[in-house]
Design a protein around this ligand. Structure first.
Ligand SMILES: Nc1ncnc2c1ncn2[C@@H]1O[C@H](COP(=O)(O)OP(=O)(O)OP(=O)(O)O)[C@@H](O)[C@H]1O
Length: 232
């Protein structure tokens, strides 16, 4: 199992108030899965993926990644694991505006100690993979929203992470562009066996995955297979 959460509980402390944001979460995600997470605003989706993505480890219970717990690891170890293992894609792309597309996408490789010269062909290939050849010298503002999200996907993929976390990746896109972006995720999952954990409000978008969990008030209330029929 790639990811295993065992009886995870999380609380936010605000002054004297203690808020139970994740309740008894048991969740196992295998290599190669494409899991969508749905739930209303405030249900705890972001809290859950922050934990899975090694951003947050203030929780009770167990998180095993490749069978190993990092709950007691140093901050340095945790960021190393995060940089090596996870590719993040966000709703608002989070590209660096003053940097070229090449500079944005090469970052995870430079963190991994590759030289710029060695990174360049890998970046070009990743941009081609997401349908954006010949744009590496542009800056993000010269691209459409959908194109910027393609760049963000290339950046998330370029260092071959163990899994991708996509947090509302279509939230800022029109429906046609959303469908194009979701098709890229589906292709990555089906052709390259990329493990994907996707958060969405949009039930249409959740149908691109193969498994759907629903959370409500911090608890998983459904865990179901997405049938191909549901695609239409
Ligand atoms: N740092 C924090 N301190 C206290 N409460 C918090 C904190 N972060 C989130 N919360 C609360 O926890 C609940 C769950 O938040 P979370 O962001 O995980 O939900 P979400 O499902 O991702 O919502 P959205 O879809 O709006 O992003 C919300 O009620 C939120 O107000």
């Amino acid at each position: 199992m790639l990811i295993e959460l065992k009886n995870v509980n999380k609380y936010y402390q605000n002054g004297s108030q203690r808020f139970h944001v994740l309740k008894h979460i048991n969740l196992a995600i295998d290599r190669g899965e494409f899991l969508s997470i749905m739930g209303p605003s405030g249900a705890g989706k972001t809290s859950l993926i922050n934990l899975i993505g090694f951003i947050d480890r203030q929780f009770e219970g167990e998180y095993l990644f490749n069978g190993k717990s990092y709950q007691q690891a140093s901050d340095r170890t945790l960021s190393r694991i995060r940089n090596q293992s996870v590719g993040f894609v966000f709703q608002n792309f989070k590209l660096i505006g003053n940097n070229t597309i090449l500079e944005n996408v090469e970052l995870p490789l430079l963190y991994g100690d590759l030289s710029k010269r060695a990174a360049k062909p890998i970046v070009e290939k990743a941009l081609e993979r997401v349908g954006l050849p010949n744009s590496s010298q542009k800056i993000p503002n010269e691209l459409s929203g959908g194109q910027q999200q393609r760049v963000a996907i290339a950046r998330a993929l370029v260092h071959q992470p163990k899994f991708i976390i996509a947090d509302e990746p279509t939230g800022a896109l029109d429906s046609q562009t959303s469908a194009e972006i979701m098709q890229i995720f589906r292709d990555l999952n089906q052709q390259e066996k990329t493990t994907i954990v996707l958060v969405t409000h949009d039930s249409q978008v959740s149908q691109y995955g193969e498994r759907l969990i629903k959370i409500l008030d911090g608890a998983i209330i459904a865990d179901q297979e997405v049938t191909p029929r549901a695609l239409h």
